[in-house]
Design a protein around this ligand. Structure first.
Ligand code: ATP
Ligand code: MG
Length: 568
């Protein structure tokens, strides 16, 4: 495997896709003087890897075209939104490596303007207050094959709608009593144009506007107008909004907005073994299926970060998968591949034994300890070396020994010589067992002439094992992660919870680390030699490190590509 090198890929200018082509054409033709994009999260949950794709796209395009990208909270639904999510989302976008500068906005900043524009529509007979209930509105809406039926309130006098709308704002009516609807076309083949709801009554405090409002604009009414207020030129969203675009355009056309944004849609990210739905992720958190939004098994930015995924790996993944208009499902292995490439380049190498078996070197002097030099990162010479203590009693990995091995087992077995990484060759002479017959200790000899791992006579053992010196070993907890679901297409048979993987987290408590590994700060990811990449978890306590497995060493995506089946 080769290290990735060169500058960060955030601003790779040679990249292209259909959205960048549109932006480039608008730019070249002078249709836009400065490119303005936005990332518009609703603060009703934490961001996930799908949002990361959108963030990389919007901030990436702005950077490539010398424009700017706004972070705008789509905070129009106060019953589900929380300040805590607002703060967390800002931190997540920043951690991913993007900066909105002074361009932090909220749809709620525009509530007064949006209200004025709603009044404008009523005055132009393009909106009306409807007294039907939500249920009745749905019944009147029709279906894909049948046109809708007009509400009996559709043609009420403008003055009456103006009066009722003002009284809705004043708090005179309970939730759901009335709504404001656009007056467009109940027979439109596009259901979004069948007099969509623009305002609903919600008596709930808002994280930012408090009790100032008890009516709130819908996404459709708030979104495009917010884009127009901010001078957004390219409003990029996912495909499910494609048939909202006629409404987006209708509102922009019929309102005295200060600019004319345009909406473009791309295919959302879907990942195998993963569910990217805030609503479902919230349920996992609320029902206690995971440790929280930042559980290392969660596809949230916070979860990936806690697990040790570097932001650069996530950005590289976004670049590699590209942007298209065709729905597809991306292999989780591609994300792991991108993460591994960065970690392979950057992560310090350490030794740890997860399932320890005692080795006693019978010809090594009792009480003697020596320090052996070990390379910190073979991909990066400047990472230097460290000293690893070695002595008479060691831990090795239990599955690196077999008493009666099959033909192609080259690791330790009675009578065979293997290399201990950076140390010596050892040969196993005796297997000590407990009353139940379980192996509890191996008694070996070492060859002092092989110090550092090479024999003067040139003999080469077939296996090199990692190890930890028992006397200086630091006990640690290591958490091994597997996908949260037992199938690559979770929920395909119905209920997602049925597909939850009961073994997605395995906690190993009796692990041993070399001293250098115990000194890693929370959030650092290291490679435990031969085992994978592991990140120091925030549950770490003094003298009691906790590591999460970020990703194993095996790269299935690289294999797929090598076989010539991979794309992108
Ligand atoms: P979810 O489906 O997880 O609930 P959402 O669309 O409701 O997500 P928002 O906060 O509205 O969440 O999303 C903010 C932006 O992120 C939107 O522009 C949305 O299109 C985009 N986005 C959401 N999910 C994905 C995804 N899987 N792939 C790419 N972009 C996404
Ligand atoms: Mg949304």
């Amino acid at each position: 495997m080769h290290a990735v090198s060169g500058p960060s890929t955030i601003e790779a200018p040679e990249r292209s896709d259909f959205i960048r082509d549109i932006v480039a054409a608008d730019h070249a033709a002078g249709r836009v003087s400065s490119v303005v994009t936005r990332f518009p999260p609703e603060p009703n949950g934490r961001l996930h890897i799908g949002h990361a794709k959108s963030i990389c796209l919007n901030f990436g395009i702005a950077a490539e075209f010398g424009g700017r990208c706004h972070l705008r909270f789509d905070d129009t639904n106060p019953t589900k939104e929380e300040q805590e999510y607002i703060d967390a989302i800002e931190a997540d976008v920043r951690w991913l490596g993007f900066d909105w500068g002074e361009h932090l906005y909220h749809a709620s900043d525009y509530f007064e303007q949006l209200y004025a524009w709603a009044v404008h529509l009523i005055e132009a007979s393009l909106a009306y207050v409807d007294d039907l209930s939500g249920e009745e509105i749905r019944e009147h809406r029709g279906t894909l094959t049948e046109p809708g039926r007009p509400s009996p309130w559709r043609d009420r006098p403008v003055a009456e709608s103006l009066d009722l709308f003002a009284r809705m704002r004043a708090g005179e009516f309970p939730n759901g009593a009335r709504v404001l609807r656009a007056r467009i076309d109940m027979a439109s083949p596009n259901i979004n144009l069948r007099d969509p709801v623009l305002y609903r009554i919600v008596h709930a405090a808002h994280p930012r506007t408090g009790d100032a409002w008890c009516i709130y604009p819908t996404y459709d009414f708030a979104h495009g107008q917010s884009d127009a207020i901010e001078g957004v030129t390219h409003s990029i969203c996912t495909l499910e909004f494609e048939n909202h675009r006629p409404l987006y355009d209708w509102l922009i056309e019929h309102l005295p907005v200060p600019s004319r944004p345009r909406q473009y849609e791309f295919a959302r990210l879907n990942l195998t073994w993963t569910v990217l739905s805030k609503r479902f992720l919230l349920r996992l958190v609320d029902e206690g299926h995971v440790r929280g939004w930042d559980d290392p098994r969660m596809p949230t930015i916070a979860g990936l970060r806690r697990r040790g995924y570097p932001a650069e790996g996530i950005r590289d993944f976004a670049t590699a998968i590209g942007v298209s208009k065709a729905d597809s499902v991306v292999e989780l292995a591609r994300l792991e591949h991108a993460v591994r490439a960065v970690l392979n380049r950057d992560a310090p190498r350490r030794m740890a034994v997860l399932d320890p078996l005692k080795v006693v070197i019978t010809n090594y002097p009792e009480g003697q300890v020596e320090e052996l030099e070990a390379v910190n990162n073979p991909e990066n010479e400047s990472a230097g070396t460290r000293l690893v203590p070695f002595g008479r009693e060691l831990w090795i990995e239990r599955d690196d020994f077999m008493e009666d091995p099959p033909a192609r087992f080259y690791r330790l077995t009675p009578g065979r010589e293997v290399r201990l990484r950076y140390a010596y060759f050892i040969t196993c002479h005796e297997v000590v067992k407990d009353a139940s017959g379980a192996v509890v200790e191996l008694r070996c000899t070492y060859d002092p002439a092989t110090r550092g791992g090479d024999a003067p006579d040139g003999r080469r053992p077939k296996a090199t094992l990692h190890w930890v010196f028992a006397e200086r070993a630091v006990a640690a907890e290591v958490r091994l992660y597997e996908p949260l679901f037992v199938r690559s297409d979770p929920g395909a048979d119905g209920d997602l919870l049925v597909d939850l993987n009961p073994d997605s987290e395995r906690v190993l408590s009796g692990c041993y680390l070399e001293p250098a590994a115990a000194g890693s700060p929370v959030g650092e990811t290291v490679q435990f030699e031969r085992l994978g990449y592991f990140c120091v978890d925030p549950d770490t306590a003094p003298g009691r490190p906790v590591f999460d497995r970020t990703v194993s060493l095996k790269d299935t995506w690289a294999k797929v590509q090598a076989r010539g089946q991979g794309g992108g």
